[in-house]
Design a protein around this ligand. Sequence first.
Ligand code: SF4
Length: 61
Amino acid sequence: MALTISPRACPQNHRCPIIPVCPVGAISQNGYGLPVIDEDKCIECGKCARQCPMRAVVTKN
Ligand code: SF4
């Protein structure tokens, strides 16, 4: 189960508040663009999914 951030759910108009929530620093963002989860770093703890106010963190198909 890999996690990703849905470009449809994320408004991409603010600093992503879940970046500091990630315990391994797997989430990065360029400006106010779509945040990206580094699959190689992610330990799939699910903290970001629970903290995103837009519920934009989804399971990658
Ligand atoms: S699932 Fe956990 S480790 Fe993976 S990006 Fe989200 S907060 Fe970081």
